[in-house]
Each structure stands twice: as structure tokens, then as C-alpha cells.
Design a protein around this ligand. Structure first.
Ligand SMILES: [Fe+2]
Length: 184
């Protein structure tokens, strides 16, 4: 929840509800800004035989996630809040660590991105649940975004899957652990 006083909000919402919704949107905004930067970082740092496929796969994801950040920030403003989009606010307020892999093979980065997407998607689904009784309009925004994130997550996972459907990253919960498991 934001502590800032709201001078107006959407008709039909009370101020406390609006402040809670803004808080949920702000953490999604940080997640989207973090993810689009991380995806670009991977775009620049992948190496190995499948470089061009992965390098090129990631740019449309960056563009889509940037669009999500824009929609989240504008929803905050629509609710009467002030979105925080600076790098300093992101680093100060995020609840997860910075992406930990530098130059690495495509399989290592895809494995780490599998873990990154898992974290983002789980937190989106928690926010969607919390919005059920608060604001179905904001909930609808997040539902549309998480559907796309889940699709991108599958694009990543399809590279880590064998013919039997088993993921190389199965059971790994850290980027570094997943990257080690998928090392080729
Ligand atoms: Fe590029």
C-alpha cells in the first residue's frame, strides 16, 4: 500500500482500496521493469551455437514487457497514484535479487530465465487473487499480462524440455542452480 494521500481516484472505489491496489500495481511495475532489463541483459550476454535464435527470441519479449510496465504505471496514475519508475526505487523496493548470470551459454541463460519467469508469474497470480474482491478491472489488466508472460515462459521452457516432457531445470529454484543443471 502506498502512504501517499490520494487527491482523487476512480469513481466507485474508496481511498483505502485504491491505495492497496496501487501498492499491488507498484510491485508489478517493479517486476516488469526488472524483467525487461534482465531480458535485454540476456539478449546481450548469450553465447554458443544457438546464439542467434535466443538473441532474436528475446527482443519481442522485451518490447511486450515494456508495454506491460507502461500499462501498469498508467493504471497507477489513473487510480490517482504516482508510479515509481526510477532504477533507484526499483532496487530499493524489489523483494528479489538481481539476475546473477553474466556471459553464459544459451542453455544456461534459458535455465536461469525459467526461474526468473517462475518468480514473476507466481507473484502475478498472487496479485490477481488479492484483486478478486478489490478491483476486477485492475485484475483484468494483470490477467491479460500474465497470460502473455506464461506464453513467454513456455518459449523459454521448450528449450529445456526433452522428448518425454522432462525439464532440465526440474527441482531447481535458483538461477545459478538451474544454469548448472542445464549446462551443455
Ligand atoms: Fe539488440
Amino acid at each position: 500500500m502506498t502512504n501517499d494521500k490520494l487527491h482523487y481516484t476512480i469513481p466507485g472505489l474508496d481511498e483505502d482500496a485504491a491505495r492497496t491496489i496501487i501498492g499491488l500495481l507498484q510491485s508489478r511495475l517493479h517486476a516488469a521493469n526488472d524483467l525487461q532489463l534482465t531480458l535485454k541483459h540476456v539478449h546481450w550476454n548469450v553465447v554458443g551455437p544457438h546464439f542467434i535464435a535466443v538473441h532474436q527470441m528475446l527482443d519481442p519479449q522485451v518490447e511486450a514487457v515494456r508495454g506491460m510496465a507502461d500499462a501498469l504505471a498508467e493504471r497507477i496514475a489513473t487510480l490517482g497514484g504516482a508510479p515509481r519508475g526510477t532504477p533507484g526505487a526499483l532496487v530499493e523496493e524489489r523483494t528479489w535479487n538481481d539476475y546473477s548470470i553474466g556471459r553464459a551459454t544459451t542453455q544456461e541463460h534459458l535455465a536461469a530465465l525459467d526461474v526468473t519467469y517462475q518468480g514473476v508469474i507466481v507473484s502475478y497470480r498472487e496479485a490477481i487473487k488479492a484483486l478478486e474482491d478489490l478491483d476486477v478491472v485492475t485484475q483484468d489488466v494483470l490477467i491479460g499480462q500474465v497470460e502473455q508472460l506464461e506464453l513467454f515462459h513456455w518459449f523459454v521452457r521448450a528449450h529445456l524440455e526433452d522428448q518425454g516432457g522432462q525439464l532440465q531445470t526440474s527441482g531447481e529454484s535458483t538461477e545459478a542452480g538451474a544454469a548448472r543443471a542445464a549446462h551443455d
